[in-house]
Write a protein that binds this ligand. Structure first.
Ligand code: AMP
Length: 553
């Protein structure tokens, strides 16, 4: 099949915004191709010459393409820049420039163009790549050139066609549910091969192939732990949220490969993880986080940054910034794809794999060994989350992740099965001025507290800034109820003004001007972090601090 035919179908696809019409264009075109062309065309429609499983990359950037086009056409760099701005992309800019020249008959086939990409991949450096591109462009019509270049830059043809639509077209053509195509494509990491499986009615037989990255499951942010209950009714997992680099590790035989969240291979940047990961038996795919850690302590993200941005790691860097791998999910093990197994089952297998075989030198309960499972607890009570958050922060981590134990692993999705409890802006030390009867199981307690800051260090006038009820344990609430009852200065029934002596540390998401409180400010989503028995009321924060925080948000 001629490459120009592919380009023409792309133009037709670009001309409609309707998914159904796009699928109706792709289906018959793909149906006319032989097996080899089908695989190539499916990949091309998805936007890249090489599949995910292939992991080859062209390494052709905008500058290489510009040099090739300018050398070929004699156009000036300013002209190229003007076209790039006007048309928004190199493919169309080249098409326009080439259109001014005598044009050739289209002769290149899909396979010919694929062979050029392979040649380009093997050629090292711009000086080798530019001549290959020039020679190819010379044999192309302007329309072919546009698509040849779009594919080289990779990822998106800019015709309103994502991989999902190619999957959709394949499913329609084969008369199967799209889920079956998506699954095969995910396991194989190659839309081209998936197209062949679909053609031969073998989609269900597709099995996991390692060494291509699966997309990562993502989390939704929440600022109030009560929001957990919107999606998870029962107990939930709470894990430390590690501030490192998300990574997926694949192992089979004597091979270990690490992929980044951008689906690139990053193994060579973390050589010290190779042997410990190889130590874990069998074949598997782990999801987790790479962290810098030394002497049992997690180092700040800054330290890890030194390891990024360079391909090879010096001995000095290896010694100053050693890394560990914290595993939090197991996606595949010894022939079984575990994505549809509930998280609590995956976790059992994960701990079995990682705990038993990882090198193990427990230090401080924070970091043990070079490979370790994430710290995880099963929690029933939302009220505990605040405290756990602070503990995670004290261990040098960013905050907390909350996960539904029954959830499946959904690659590439951001849902409510995984929640990230957002970092609080800052904390304030405040004093309680009023206590109120609570709701639900706390209706017999004084559990809702209004709190205040001081006008200034010299002026002890108390100015209310907010009200909070979450964050304390039941025994603490009991103890406080007794104390407030004994120290009520004015009783309004459900609300009691109390002696201002109890100091809390509160976290919140932002500070906003508000006429509701005497301070003129209100905290958004305040949560009690600690009862500061160690702090006298005279030392709480002042209005000035509140004002500064308000300016920051
Ligand atoms: P976000 O990237 O903002 O969606 O937040 C989720 C990110 O938190 C993930 O991509 C991970 O890099 C990171 N993370 C840190 N610790 C964990 C954990 N225990 N479970 C899942 N993700 C985690």
């Amino acid at each position: 099949m001629l490459f120009v035919e592919f380009a023409r179908v792309c133009e037709q696809v670009a001309a409609t915004t309707k998914k159904l019409e796009k699928a109706a264009l792709l289906g018959p075109f793909l149906g006319r191709l032989d097996d080899q062309d089908l695989a190539i065309a499916a990949r091309f429609f998805a936007g890249t010459p090489f599949s995910l499983a292939d992991q080859r990359v062209l390494n052709v950037g905008g500058a290489v393409i510009r040099d090739a086009v300018l050398q070929l056409t004699g156009a000036l760099p300013e002209e190229w820049s003007r076209l790039l701005v006007a048309l928004g992309e190199a493919g169309r800019a080249a098409q326009q420039l080439l259109a001014q020249y005598e044009t050739v008959e289209p002769t290149l086939t899909l396979a010919d163009v694929m062979a050029v990409y392979e040649q380009l991949e093997a050629a090292r450096g711009p000086s080798k790549k530019v001549p290959i591109i020039m020679a190819t462009l010379q044999r192309m019509t302007p329309l072919e050139a546009a698509y040849f270049i779009k594919l080289m830059l990779g990822g998106d043809l800019r015709i309103g066609l994502q991989e999902g639509l190619v999957e959709d077209a394949l499913a329609r053509a084969a008369g199967v549910p799209v889920g079956l195509v998506q699954r095969a494509n995910m396991l194989l990491g190659d839309i081209g091969e998936t197209a062949l499986f679909a053609r031969y009615g073998e989609l269900a037989a597709a099995t996991m192939r390692l060494f291509h990255p699966l997309k990562f499951m993502l989390a939704s942010p929440i600022s109030d732990p009560q929001e957990i209950r919107k999606g998870i009714a029962g107990p939930f997992f709470v894990e430390d949220k590690y501030d490192g680099i998300r990574a997926q590790a694949h192992k089979q035989g004597d091979r270990v490969v690490l992929y980044s969240r951008t689906l690139d291979e990053i193994s060579q940047r973390f050589p010290e993880l190779h042997a410990p990961l190889l130590n874990l038996p069998g074949e598997w795919v782990l999801d987790g986080e790479i962290l810098a850690a030394r002497d049992g302590r997690i180092l700040p993200f800054k330290a890890l940054q030194a390891r990024l941005g360079r391909k090879d790691v010096s001995e000095d860097l290896l010694a100053s910034t050693p890394v560990i791998f914290v595993a939090y999910d197991l996606l595949y093990q010894d022939g079984d794809v575990l994505l549809d197994a509930p998280l609590y089952m995956r976790r059992v297998q994960l701990e079995d794999l990682v705990r038993t075989y990882a090198s193990d030198q427990p230090v401080d309960g924070v970091v043990s060994g070079t490979v370790m499972p994430s710290l995880q607890l099963l929690v029933r009570d939302v009220e505990r989350v605040e405290r756990l958050f602070e503990q995670a922060r004290a261990r040098g981590n960013e905050g907390l992740m909350v996960k539904d134990p029954d959830s499946h692993y959904k690659p590439g999705r951001r849902g409510r099965e995984w929640l990230k409890v957002k970092k609080a802006l800052a904390t304030l030390d405040v004093v309680v001025t009023a206590a109120e009867v609570g709701n639900g199981h706390r209706r017999r307690f004084l559990s809702d507290y209004t709190f205040a800051v001081r006008r200034s260090a010299d002026d002890p006038e108390l100015l209310n800034v907010g009200k909070a009820y979450s964050g304390l344990t039941d025994p603490e609430v009991q103890e406080l109820t007794d104390w407030f009852t004994a120290h009520t200065v004015r009783d309004f029934g459900r609300v009691k003004l109390v002696e201002p002596q109890i100091v809390f540390e509160v976290a919140f998401d932002s500070v906003q001007p508000s006429p509701r409180h005497k301070s003129g400010y209100a905290l958004r989503f305040p949560r009690i972090i600690r009862w500061r028995k160690d702090k006298p009321a005279a030392e709480i924060d002042t209005l000035d601090t509140v004002r500064q925080l308000a300016e920051l948000t």
